[in-house]
Design a protein around this ligand. Structure first.
Ligand SMILES: Nc1ncnc2c1ncn2[C@@H]1O[C@H](COP(=O)(O)OP(=O)(O)O)[C@@H](O)[C@H]1O
Ligand SMILES: [Mg+2]
Length: 257
């Protein structure tokens, strides 16, 4: 079991933000977490990473029950990519150092890297078609290039769980497809981490995402096999508007009807 949430609720300032969430993620599955802005997606991720404590319910991540575990050790096994991370990084670092810092789960590089580490960084950058960016300062990259570097950074620690919180926000369609391609390759790689991909764009859900959870106002609206969840009826109900769904390249595209 990778993640197990049992009747998890989270209240903040008298507001119930997450309401009785039950969610199991097993090894071999990759999940999409879908919900409109403010539905509580990032709050769920923050709970999984131990940044918030549930008001009630139980959370187990990578076989570690919260309350009985060293969260810092656990976090080293969880890769995390989000747009808010860009503000926390030192933008004046070279991309090599940004990627390298992922190994130490830190913002800058404080521990002394060894020769092998830089080799691993260079291999990663080549592998993800970022070789041409070598030596560049992070903040001079385009948004799409930055996201790819951040995903590379998250992979440095060989995480067991990789969480991608709206990684395609603000990207043009070409940059978006490049990032999605990278994610698809990760899912197909040997010893791939379990993926959790957060979005509110249905068409970003790649075929590698076996399962999908629809979150609405802090509650689970639907969850299960992606193909069973992303039906016209479910999505029309979920978005409370009449929608048709077209399949193309294994992905679902929505149209208003
Ligand atoms: N630390 C916090 N304190 C108070 N309210 C919060 C906090 N974090 C999130 N919220 C609220 O919880 C709701 C869900 O937010 P969030 O999980 O960020 O949604 P999403 O990621 O789906 O857009 C929002 O109404 C947001 O204002
Ligand atoms: Mg969010």
């Amino acid at each position: 079991m990778i993640v197990e949430m049992k009747n998890v609720s989270w209240r903040r300032d008298q507001r119930l933000i997450l309401d009785q969430i039950n969610w199991e993620i097993h090894k071999g599955e990759h999940w999409c977490l879908v919900g409109l802005n403010g539905s509580g997606k990032t709050s769920i991720l923050d709970l999984i990473n131990g940044y918030h404590w549930p008001t009630s319910g139980e959370i187990t991540v990578l076989d570690q029950r919260f309350g009985e575990t060293d969260l810092r050790e656990l976090r080293k096994k969880i890769g995390w990519v989000s747009t808010s991370m860009q503000q926390r990084l030192h933008g004046y670092e070279t991309i090599e150092n940004v990627v390298l810092s992922g190994k130490f789960a830190s913002v800058g590089v404080y521990e002394k890297p060894i020769e092998d580490d830089y080799e691993q960084v260079n291999t990663l950058l080549q592998e993800w078609r970022c070789g041409h960016l070598q030596g560049r300062i992070y903040q001079t990259l385009s948004q799409g290039e930055k996201q790819k570097v951040l995903i590379g950074r998250a992979l440095m620690a060989s995480p067991e769980l990789l969480i991608l919180d709206e990684p395609c926000t603000g990207l043009d369609i070409f940059a978006r497809e490049q990032v999605l391609h990278m994610i698809d390759q990760i899912a197909k790689s040997p010893n791939a981490p379990t993926l959790i991909y957060v979005t509110h764009h249905i068409e970003e859900i790649l075929p590698c995402f076996t399962h999908t959870l629809l979150l609405k106002q802090g509650q689970v609206a639907q969850k299960g096999w992606t193909k069973d969840v992303l039906t016209e009826q479910n999505l029309s109900e979920f978005f409370q508007t009449s929608l048709s769904v077209e399949q193309k390249n294994g992905r679902s595209w929505l149209m208003l009807t």
